[in-house]
Design a protein around this ligand. Structure first.
Ligand SMILES: NC(=O)c1ccc[n+]([C@@H]2O[C@H](COP(=O)([O-])OP(=O)(O)OC[C@H]3O[C@@H](n4cnc5c(N)ncnc54)[C@H](OP(=O)(O)O)[C@@H]3O)[C@@H](O)[C@H]2O)c1
Length: 328
């Protein structure tokens, strides 16, 4: 959109890449705060775009030229780390530093997470904004701390709390597709787990809705559809042609594996997302949130089903050559 100047953090990540492409296609001027400009350039080339369609800014705002963004999305974040300090340094401290360099009048959306609230309170169908926040991980605590510090600034911001995000340009679901295509499909826990989810394309329209309506405050954004762990694996298997058997793994075994992985450097590198911190989330069976507050405030509704989100993720992995082509 001509005249719109959009500042993004996390532009080389899953959500940020999708956001960047949408804003470039709309004709916005895009300023991307990145720590690796070569990675950004390679991603733009992969999408068939000229590297000059985006202006890369360094991580340190003191080095920025004079800029006047009209809109901003702070999407950078550390999702998997092995110390609380590693989460806090980016998710809280660096994010606040970036915010302080953005003019107060800039329409800003900050991405928090469902993890800031924690699992669904026992006996309730879904977690809502009025429920007491009870994060169970360092990751969730870092997001909750960020939200508190954002309130302290007194700025008018939209803080969105998505659940699991699915769709094109994700990396986190690649192991799911690989596992679903195999003979044995390990499933964490003996009981069914239920999740909210959000297609990344719906997150982009939620960001638009925040900008357009001037929504401020913190809200869950999610699809109205729920997804069980068995459905998640079955959908991924249907897309990859997998015909394996589900193997439930007891929680104690997952916790033991995470402790072992945390202790052995080579295993840590091979399993970046299985940390003893994030395992605390796996141990809960219900991660369902209600998007009602955001829907009523903005008129926004998620449009994409879990099947469509997973199909788009799978197609993208195939385009990247990270999954084998579809068998006919
Ligand atoms: N994905 C989900 O399911 C989900 C769910 C709820 C909330 N969220 C939140 O949504 C946001 C986007 O998530 P995502 O899935 O897009 O994450 P992602 O794919 O892991 O991307 C994270 C982005 O943050 C950047 N980043 C990490 N550490 C940084 C640092 N020290 N300095 C500057 N940039 C740094 C990464 O840069 P590099 O490319 O250089 O590593 C990357 O661009 C995050 O705030 C996340 O907490 C995600």
């Amino acid at each position: 959109m001509a005249g719109r100047v959009v500042l993004l953090t996390g532009a080389t990540g899953f959500v940020g890449r999708n956001l960047l492409l949408r804003e470039v296609s709309r004709g916005s001027r895009v300023l991307a705060v990145v720590r690796d400009a070569d990675k950004l350039r390679a991603q733009l080339e992969f999408e068939g775009l000229s590297p000059t369609c985006v202006e890369a800014l360094p991580q340190d705002p003191a080095l920025w030229p004079r800029i006047e963004p009209t809109h901003a999305v702070l999407a950078a974040g550390v999702l998997f780390a092995r110390s609380e300090a590693a989460y806090r340094s980016v998710n809280v401290d660096w994010t606040l530093r970036i915010l302080s360099a953005i003019p107060a009048g800039c329409a800003t959306v900050v991405l928090s997470s469902q993890s800031a609230g924690g699992p669904t309170p026992a006996g309730l169908p879904s977690r809502r904004e009025e429920h007491e926040d009870q994060p169970v991980t360092w990751y969730g605590r870092s997001k909750l701390d960020l939200e508190g510090r954002l309130r302290d600034t007194g700025r008018q911001l939209a803080v969105l709390r998505p659940p699991m995000i699915l769709g094109p340009r994700d990396s986190a679901t690649l192991p799911l597709f690989r596992m679903a295509g195999g003979r044995v499909r390990p499933k964490p826990g003996l009981q069914t787990k239920m999740f909210s989810f959000l297609d990344v394309r719906d997150l982009l329209t939620a960001i638009d809705a925040s900008w357009e309506t001037g929504f401020t405050g913190s809200a869950y954004v999610a699809s109205g559809e729920l997804l069980s762990d068995a459905e998640l694996v079955a959908e991924a298997a249907a897309l990859t042609g997998g015909k394996g058997l589900s193997l439930p793994i007891p929680h104690w075994a997952i916790r033991a594996a995470s402790l072992l992985i945390d202790a052995v450097p080579a295993l840590r590198e091979a399993n970046p997302s299985l940390t003893r911190d994030r395992v605390r989330e796996i141990l809960h069976n219900r991660w369902v949130v209600s998007p009602e507050r955001f829907e009523q405030s903005t008129g926004w509704r998620a449009q994409y089903s879990a099947r469509e989100a997973l199909a788009a993720a799978c197609d993208f992995y195939r385009r990247e050559g990270r999954l084998p082509p579809r068998q006919h």
